[in-house]
Design a protein around this ligand. Structure first.
Ligand SMILES: [Zn+2]
Length: 233
């Protein structure tokens, strides 16, 4: 299994290349490229949020707790009537992610479970798209940065499950546990795919492909649908 240092080195380098490609081939600004670089670098550590081993995980949670409110700042600012409420909301978000998220994952997450999977990568990239409120091309760029960093982690973990034994290449027990579409736990799989569907729906709403569900209309819709049955009776 690749260690923390290998992951941050690879995703950091990949993020630098990703940002440079963004500037020179796609015309993104230097600030956007630096943000993409940072997101790619951070995303290269995300799958190991499921491991319960001390300091690196605490550091990843600390970084994530800062990154999410910072990315959300434009979106939240639109909803907040006063700067004090904005600051308080960002503070609460930090505490919830930093301590609540860590406690929750410490209880439920299994190392090399669904955090190390292709659907988890898509969720992370989609979440970046949703929280970053900007023009479509920049949102895709940030989502791509997170997806690339996340994927670099999965690929590196798989590469470390191959060892040279002298007679040839040998796969250890961890092989195939990083790049996968589903794990052994049915509930974890269902939860992951439900979350992926929710993120995909959110993206479709943001782009304008699908309408937003208005839950307050729910009871009226049900009453309308039941009307013909009531008339029959
Ligand atoms: Zn890993």
């Amino acid at each position: 299994m690749a260690g923390y240092r290998e992951h941050i080195s690879v995703s950091g380098l990949l993020g630098f290349i990703y940002g440079s490609v963004g500037i020179f081939l796609f015309g993104f600004s230097v600030e956007q490229a630096i943000l993409g670089w940072c997101l790619c670098w951070l995303a290269g550590m995300l799958p190991d949020l499921d491991s319960k081993t001390g300091r690196p995980v605490r550091e990843i949670f600390g970084l994530l707790a800062i990154a999410v409110p910072v990315l959300l700042i434009r979106r939240i600012a639109n909803w907040m009537p006063s700067p004090e409420r904005l600051i308080l909301t960002l503070g609460i978000l930090y505490v919830v992610i930093r301590y609540g998220g860590a406690a929750l994952l410490g209880k439920f997450a299994v190392h090399r479970g669904m955090f190390h999977s292709i659907p988890a990568m898509l969720i992370a990239a989609g979440a970046a798209f949703l929280v970053y409120d900007c023009e479509l091309s920049a949102r895709c760029f940030m989502a791509g940065a997170v997806g690339s960093g996340f994927l670099s982690h999965l690929v590196l973990d798989e590469m470390y499950s191959v060892t040279w034994s002298g007679l040839g290449l040998k796969l250890n027990s961890a092989a195939g546990s990083a790049i996968k579409m589903g794990g052994k736990n049915l509930y974890a799989n269902l939860f992951t795919y439900a979350l992926l569907a929710l993120v995909a729906y959110g993206m479709a709403v943001e782009i304008g492909y699908l309408p937003m569900i208005n839950f307050s209309e729910g009871p009226d819709r049900i009453r309308q649908a039941m009307e013909p049955i009531r008339q029959l009776n």
